[in-house]
Design a protein around this ligand. Structure first.
Ligand SMILES: [Zn+2]
Length: 356
């Protein structure tokens, strides 16, 4: 009797364990980010909900493309600056282009982090709390909307991925030539992968971004948040002054597909840029006071040390400031509009160095 009872218990336990195992297996088959849940071979969309707190809540759109074959997880995030349109439209295009049947692994796409900036056409910041949505990572559960949104992205996207690409581009007031950032961490294997990602992406000017925060609780930037957590990541930028030009969008779409080939998430060969221009230093040229800005060079222009690159007048035509290149370099971005207030970064000059 005792023995029969023991056998019954053992059978019951085996049944419970079997059900639990099937449950775990089914769980493994679905990737869920926010409300987007995709089984193997599926594409699903949803939102990352950010609840109201000290200010309004927000819903950040998200798409999960769960490949038919196993592999790593790649996160594609854009729209922290909601009027950098080329980067947003490129990720929108990728939502349509990526076919789960061809993919090994999973792609998490976040096409528009800063929804209110996009809707209200406000550059640089989230109008809800006036914060840049790429300066407050890893975010806070109890801060203003930007803090809470970035906290959710860190938890839902960064912590879940193996690799990350952060997309930006010239904002409404920025005339920008395309370029990428590569931020070496000193961890050899991670840096090898991120360097291969940036070469495979194919943008021909690459900024080497060193001396970045290393404290996981104060990483500031999205790509740095991923890098500090051991995930190879890069930043790519294309687009200028509110335009959505086909060539700029194609740079970001094709660059992403090539990077996925390098990561073995798509079949085929990556097209790596062979001789990129490596930028080893950035010089910011700032406005000393408010006025009207007149550029004398274009995005992408190479300038010599001391060359006049622009000037500013007051509102009655008197020249109040001249802007000169502090050293030789390439104009990565220049102010695209006459508006100029004190402290504005009017021009980013990239100083060219040797390959790392
Ligand atoms: Zn940006």
């Amino acid at each position: 009797m005792v023995l029969r009872l023991a056998v019954k218990w053992a059978m019951a336990l085996a049944w419970v364990l079997a059900v639990a195992a099937v449950g775990a297996f089914a769980q493994q088959g679905v990737v869920k980010v926010g409300t987007a849940a995709a089984g193997v071979g599926q594409k699903a969309s949803g939102v990352i909900e950010v609840a109201a707190g000290v200010d309004a809540g927000t819903s950040i759109p998200v798409v999960v493309v769960h490949g038919a074959k196993p592999g790593p997880t790649l996160a594609l995030v854009t729209g922290a600056h909601g009027t950098e349109y080329v980067s947003i439209i490129a990720v929108e295009k990728l939502i349509g282009v990526l076919d789960p049947a061809e993919i090994s692994g999973t792609v998490i796409l976040v096409p528009l982090v800063n929804v209110v900036s996009f809707e209200q056409k406000v550059p640089h910041v989230n109008p809800v709390d006036n914060k840049s949505m790429n300066r407050f990572y890893p975010g806070k559960a109890d801060g203003t909307q930007t803090d809470r949104a970035l906290y959710a992205i860190t938890k839902e996207v960064v912590d879940r991925c193996d690799y990350l690409i952060d997309y930006h581009g010239g904002d409404l007031d920025e005339s920008l030539r395309p370029y990428a950032y590569w931020g070496p961490t000193g961890k050899a294997e991670q840096d090898r992968i991120s360097k291969d990602m940036v070469l495979a992406f194919g943008l021909d000017h690459i900024i080497i971004w060193k001396e970045r925060p290393t404290d996981p609780a104060a990483t500031r930037y999205l790509d740095n948040t991923a890098s500090v957590r051991g995930k190879a990541s890069i930043v790519v930028e294309a687009g200028h002054a509110g335009t959505v030009e086909t060539d700029d969008v194609a740079l970001l779409v094709n660059g992403t597909l090539s990077t996925m080939r390098a990561l073995k998430m798509l079949p085929g060969e990556a097209h790596r840029v062979e001789n990129p221009v490596w930028i080893v230093k950035l010089d910011d040229i700032l406005a000393e006071q408010a006025g009207i800005f007149y550029p004398l060079v274009r995005r992408g222009t190479y300038v010599s040390a001391g060359m006049k690159v622009g000037y500013a007048t007051d509102y009655v035509g008197k020249v109040i400031q001249e802007f000169r290149a502090p050293e030789a370099g390439v104009v990565l971005h220049i102010n695209a509009v006459p508006s100029m207030k004190k402290g504005d970064n009017l021009l980013d000059l990239g100083v060219v160095g040797s390959a790392p």
